[in-house]
Write a protein that binds this ligand. Sequence first.
Ligand SMILES: NC(=O)c1ccc[n+]([C@@H]2O[C@H](COP(=O)([O-])OP(=O)(O)OC[C@H]3O[C@@H](n4cnc5c(N)ncnc54)[C@H](O)[C@@H]3O)[C@@H](O)[C@H]2O)c1
Ligand SMILES: O=C(O)C[C@H](O)C(=O)O
Length: 328
Amino acid sequence: MTQTPITITLTGAGGQIGYAAMFRIAAGDMLGPEQPVALRLLEIPQGMRGAEGAAMELADCAFPLLAGVEVSDDPAVAFDGANVAMLIGSRPRTAGMERGDLLSANGAIFGPQGAAIAARAAADVRVIVVGNPANTNALIAQQHADGVPAERFTALTRLDHNRAMGLLAAESGVGVRDIDGVTIWGNHSATQYPDLSRATVSGAPALDAVDAAWARGAYIERVAKRGAEIIEVRGGSSVASAANAAIEHVRDWVLGTPGESWTSAAVVSRGEYGVPEGLVSSFPVRSRGGRWEVVEGLDIDAFSRERIDASVAELLAEREAVRELGLI
Ligand SMILES: NC(=O)c1ccc[n+]([C@@H]2O[C@H](COP(=O)([O-])OP(=O)(O)OC[C@H]3O[C@@H](n4cnc5c(N)ncnc54)[C@H](O)[C@@H]3O)[C@@H](O)[C@H]2O)c1
Ligand SMILES: O=C(O)C[C@H](O)C(=O)O
């Protein structure tokens, strides 16, 4: 194990998702069993004891790959030299709220963090925003990160992607290994579009394996509202599945996606599929050479067009709202 450690900054490290993620990262689940990692844990003063306690437990695990842990409430310290920044810290919604209701409460967190990343992080920094509303928070961070290429800012829709795979597998009576070609388009919100147009079940078109009305009705609704379903059943928003998805997002971004398969991630649009440039929107993506590439050239039928446009309209409205709040 002679490799230089990769520095990973986790914000909200005293919170639930941070706690669920950090032990797996330190165990090598994100960057592989040969790659040492150094963790920088960022919290606000009220969250520092939780983060410090988690750091003590990390030490008590004696992970061979863990090259160090630092806890700080200063973004300039926590983002110093960061190769990967996982922006988790922010308030979760509670029952009855939409994620967009968190914009004014959480949006203000991401401008200063974007600026701190620009000032302190490593030249190759990759940023994933988990805190909701994730797409627009990523936009805010990106807009404050002068000098950092826009493509380094992403938001998490891998959890939606995994949910879409899991629910399709259950409906088809197969394992998730037999599912491919699912896409999440748009916003990590109730308007997102889980698209089965090109999905396959055991190599055959998914739309032949399941009822088409289900695929374009109840299925979309269930995937898009799964977060609220979890809140209702657990009494709190998803934690371990969110941490898992964030880990998979970073793993694939750094190490690549397998073969021709794609996954879903919210990336800064360059105008692909008519999504206005600059919005952070979910697309089908592959990772090649450490960069996300939007899978281009897929046919979009009228149904899909309408769903994508509806979610993009919400992203445009969120961008307008944060402009009005003076956050970008
Ligand atoms: N994108 C997704 O798929 C997805 C999935 C699940 C949860 N989430 C979101 O992730 C966020 C975190 O969820 P959680 O369950 O871990 O919440 P939590 O309340 O358990 O933890 C959040 C932590 O963030 C800290 N924090 C707040 N402001 C901060 C700042 N400026 N800098 C650093 N830390 C800060 C808090 O002190 C707290 O410890 C929520 O916004 C939730 O809605 C997103
Ligand atoms: O739904 C939420 O508020 C939490 C998270 O975004 C989720 O999708 O589980």
